[in-house]
Write a protein of this length. Structure first.
Length: 267
């Protein structure tokens, strides 16, 4: 059996394995919207506002969208899309607008760049949990001081998502985001947990307890179903917030979000 790749073996080469490359317009709109809310100040006030989008896939569309969504925060913003596959880099170059938007070959080493914000979505699902943790460490070591890594996963059209925000070498928050009308129960989001948690959705683990509690709150909120799935979601998260340390407010809940401290779900 071939040995798994060492993700931090050196700085001279791109680190990682190519992803499947599937992507769609607006697939990452939910995480982008949250980035503006949660970390917009970081981009707005950065002395060197470089943002990296790692593993954008076969089309550069989600990197282009990220640049458009963040640019109002800082007119000096520069966005760099990184991919391991040369054909994907070439596809990105067709949409480039240097120096505001560029595409290069690179992996977890971030092509030697030091971004203040790094988005890495749908890039770790093919790795083992141990490899994913190593990738976190590698990426965090390449951030600018005070930088943020947002790593997560979503379905093909961006209706079911989850992500972890990490700074200073450790996870800080965990977010679930969805289109409530797309769910039978919030537990459906389990299939889109990030690699660090997806194998932990079993009794005795904190993330399993969170999803089970959210399902119970969803059931209790059934009286709100006539007002629509969004109203039911808001009520369910409101009930959850009475029992768990939910960090956000009703404005975010109405968007189909709920964020908790990482300690609440840490394996």
């Amino acid at each position: 059996m071939a040995r798994p790749p060492r993700l931090a073996a050196g700085r001279a080469r791109a680190l990682g394995l190519p992803t499947r490359g599937t992507t769609n317009p607006n697939r990452l709109r939910r995480v982008d919207r949250w980035l503006v809310h949660a970390h917009g100040g970081l981009v707005a006030h950065a002395a060197d506002p470089l943002v990296v989008d790692l593993g954008y896939g076969s089309s550069p569309v989600t990197t282009v969208e990220l640049a458009a969504r963040l640019r109002p925060l800082n007119p000096a913003l520069r966005v760099l899309g990184l991919e391991l596959d040369a054909d994907r880099v070439a596809a990105g170059e067709a949409a480039a607008d240097p120096p505001r938007l560029e595409f290069r070959r690179g992996g977890f080493e971030l092509a030697g760049r030091r971004p203040v914000l790094l988005r890495a979505f749908n890039v770790l699902r093919q790795y083992t949990e141990e490899q994913a943790t190593e990738a976190w460490t590698t990426m965090l070591g390449r951030l600018a001081p005070g930088g943020v890594l947002v790593e997560g996963t979503c379905d093909e059209i961006g209706r079911r998502c989850s992500w972890v925000a990490l700074t200073a070498g450790e996870p800080r928050t965990f977010t679930l985001s969805c289109l409530p009308a797309d769910l039978e129960t919030p537990g459906d989001l389990a299939e889109r947990l990030p690699k660090a948690l997806i194998h932990r959705n079993v009794p005795g683990e904190r993330v399993h307890a969170l999803l089970a509690e959210l399902d119970a709150c969803w059931a209790t909120a059934s009286a709100f179903a006539p007002f629509g799935p969004r109203a039911r979601w808001v009520e369910a998260v409101s009930l959850l917030a009475a029992r768990w340390p939910v960090l956000d407010d009703r404005k975010r809940w109405r968007l189909g979000e709920v964020t908790v401290p990482w300690e609440s779900v840490r394996p």
